[in-house]
Design a protein around this ligand. Structure first.
Ligand SMILES: [Fe+2]
Ligand SMILES: [Fe+2]
Length: 302
């Protein structure tokens, strides 16, 4: 089972990322995977998401997408809300473009199953030693630094409720997949393991660390010995950790945009290649860290 994975492309709305998207698709075709995974954060605009997926779609493999928090942000000026986007519209956009939205239903290939959801955060990744009151996490604001979901996610769940819902769905999926499934790949946007989070000993960066994921999700994955691999996004600093039976990684591209002459190398670094041979996950030439460091940045609000 060969998997190609990337996340957090944060596609610009003006069409100027077409070359980048084409380059990613060509790289994926070169990798020739069984499954291509995109783990969230393409665009808050459904038309941009749809157009991007139409370019990214790889003809000879299974194409999977999971929404990220930016994908469920309601659009500037209104439009559908976060819950409607997550539970219905993003799935429709995926289907139209040959992708499966993995939260809608697990995808099975042979004795491998791909399960997952967007995942969420419950502040369990917070740095307790910073002594920031829980109220600040709940209000997503600390000393003027704001976690932007505050303004753009409009569902009525608290963050703990959202995390619980996604966890329950994950438990349900793991329980109900066929008994023939021997190997499970978990796909999410938010991080299931604190170890994947990078802290920098500075604020507001480490305050924002609390919004990266939830430890309870990782515990569910860990307790099912069929789960061999976890692929997520959200943190724009690429990371990989290995546990006894499980490899967990993130494959974000991020907000940086290189010169067109360097695009080839940038995309090669961005798309992770994982060969899963039964229990063993081999990750080829994985690039850790922030691919966007030192590059011109696109807007951080799309
Ligand atoms: Fe992102
Ligand atoms: Fe994100």
């Amino acid at each position: 089972m060969r998997i190609a994975a990337v996340s957090d492309i944060h596609v610009l709305q003006d069409g100027s990322d077409t070359l980048l998207l084409t380059e990613i698709k060509e790289r994926v075709e070169e990798i020739n995977p069984d499954v291509f995974v995109i783990s969230g954060d393409i665009s808050d605009r459904l038309d941009v998401l749809s157009h991007s997926l139409s370019i990214l779609h790889c003809a000879n493999c299974i194409n999977l997408f999971v929404a990220g928090n930016h994908d469920i942000w309601f659009e500037e000026g209104g439009g559908p809300g976060s819950l409607e986007k997550y539970s219905r519209l993003i799935g429709e956009v995926c289907k139209k473009n040959g992708f499966s939205h993995i939260p809608d239903s697990p995808v099975v290939k042979g004795d491998y199953a791909f399960v997952g959801s967007m995942g969420w955060y419950d502040y369990s990744f917070r740095r307790e030693d910073l002594d920031i009151p829980m109220q600040n996490y709940m209000q997503k604001e600390y000393r003027g630094a704001v976690w932007y979901d505050l303004f753009r996610v409009d569902w009525s769940f608290t963050d703990t409720e959202a995390t619980d819902l996604f966890n329950k769905k994950l438990e349900y999926d793991l329980k109900t997949i066929s008994e023939d499934i021997k190997h499970v790949i978990y796909i999410s946007h938010h991080l299931p393991f604190r170890d994947l989070t990078i802290y920098k000993n500075r604020l507001p960066w480490d305050f924002h660390g609390a919004f990266m994921g939830a430890e309870s999700t990782g515990q569910i994955i860990m307790s099912d010995e069929r789960v061999r691999l976890s692929i997520s996004g959200h943190s724009h600093i690429r990371n990989m950790v290995s546990y006894t039976n499980l490899v967990a990684l993130t494959a974000p591209l991020g907000y940086g945009r290189p010169d067109s002459k360097d695009l080839d190398e940038f995309v090669k670094d961005a798309v992770a290649v994982i060969d899963l041979d039964g229990k063993e996950a081999k990750v080829r030439d994985f690039v850790k860290g922030d691919l966007s460091e030192g590059l011109p940045f696109v807007s951080s609000r799309n």
